[in-house]
Design a binder for this molecule. Structure first.
Ligand code: MAN
Length: 380
């Protein structure tokens, strides 16, 4: 398969982005949602900012606080080397077991006509304002339906990691609809049209302890209330998506099915991208899936950065080249930059494999006769 990384990669780096205030510095501009809007490509960037420390020995953590119910950014400051301060993961600041994020993210609009050069707005499009957004808003995905762009994103706070929804009709004013999935959940993509009567989403709840992490489907009549949740697909031990999976770009409608480009994580390669093909009329049916990833962190800008060995997509757009559809995948590289890679749609579809038929499990339990007077273990 031919993967054409843009020669200009990274298309957007933190240096291109104006900080949201004088107290902040932009460290990453990445994981952008992408849509075609008129004759433009619109990206909704995740912009991660650090608070400026007052000395090299200080770690400054920006957090949204509410004073007299008005939100503003406050800074919590810690001295490096303080007992109980864990800075081992650049994404987090752990204080005596309390996990904070080292950066506060907001969403920023970038628009351009050629898909490579983007004008980045000087001010945030959507900024954290709500208590459930106090540690930031991240990883947007955009779905345009009947002239409205729905923007779902990850909202992070002391209450956990959840999914919230906003919308706009003009990319000038934005309306926040609130939380659509409570913690812990992320990596939501909303299909670009109804399937039957319903809006459809893929989401990824976290599992801890019992059970295996899955991507799920959910359905809605109104975009705000989601139900009829069904498990869709899980991590695969020993494969490229063995440690973690999550939906990436908004599903692309093809004549063969819905093409979902998703991320998988494995110990050797880090965050990679592959795809799954879902039935057009019943997206709970998997038709085919990548056995190997098609985008792996390989270049310098993908391997080294704020958090290395990551390619992570939140959006792709499709155009035609000599009448062949080409998928332009916008992706975050090393949690720092916005990049683009082009792949022929047919090449992606050809690379997918039908899932192996499930092997029926032979359950051969010897039946133990019931004995009265012995409590069921679950009741103890
Ligand atoms: C999580 C999210 C993403 C990020 C990856 C890699 O899945 O926080 O925003 O890109 O981790 O760090």
């Amino acid at each position: 398969m031919r993967i054409e990384r843009a020669q200009m990669n990274p298309l957007i780096s933190p240096l291109h982005v104006t900080p949201s205030s004088e107290e902040m510095q932009v460290v990453s501009a990445f994981n952008a949602a992408a849509v075609t809007w008129g004759d433009e490509t619109i990206l909704m960037l995740r912009v991660a900012e650090m608070a400026k420390p007052t000395s090299e020995e200080e770690v400054a953590v920006p957090i949204l606080v509410h004073e007299n119910s008005r939100p503003h950014v406050a800074v919590r400051r810690f001295q490096k080397g303080t007992p109980g301060l864990d800075l081992s993961d650049p994404r987090a600041v752990i204080v005596n077991g309390e996990v904070l994020l080292s950066t506060l993210s907001h969403l920023r609009l970038a628009r351009g006509k050629d898909g490579y050069h983007f004008d980045i707005e000087k001010r945030p499009a959507i900024f954290p304002t709500e208590p459930y957004e106090e540690y930031g808003i991240e990883d947007p995905r955009m779905t345009v339906i009947e002239g409205t762009a729905y923007i779902n994103y990850t909202a992070v706070s002391r209450y956990g990691v959840c999914v919230a929804l906003a919308s706009t009709d003009d990319f000038v004013t934005y309306h926040k609809h609130g939380v659509i999935l409570p913690p812990e959940n992320k990596n939501v993509v909303i299909f670009p049209e109804r399937v039957g009567e319903h809006y459809v989403m893929i989401h990824r709840p976290a599992t801890s302890g019992l059970g295996n992490q899955q991507m799920w489907l959910a359905y809605s009549h109104d975009m705000e209330n989601w139900g009829h949740h069904v498990p869709l697909m899980s991590k695969r031990p020993g494969m490229w998506d063995s440690i973690r999976i999550g939906a990436g770009a908004v599903p692309i409608k093809t004549e063969h099915g819905w093409l979902e480009i998703y991320h998988g994580v494995n110990e050797q390669q880090g965050y990679c991208l592959g795809a799954v093909l879902l039935d057009l009329h019943d997206p709970a049916t998997i038709l085919a899936r990548s056995s190997i990833p098609f985008l792996i962190p390989e270049t310098e800008y993908e391997r080294t950065g704020f958090y290395g060995n990551v390619v992570f997509t939140c959006g792709a757009v499709v155009t035609t080249r000599e009448s062949d559809p080409v998928v332009h995948i916008y992706y975050g590289a090393a949690d720092q930059y916005t990049c683009r890679a082009d792949i022929d749609l047919e090449d992606i579809l050809d690379s997918l494999h039908a899932p192996a038929l499930p092997v029926p499990e032979v359950v051969n339990l010897e039946e133990v006769p019931m004995q009265s007077g012995i409590a069921c273990p679950l009741e103890q």
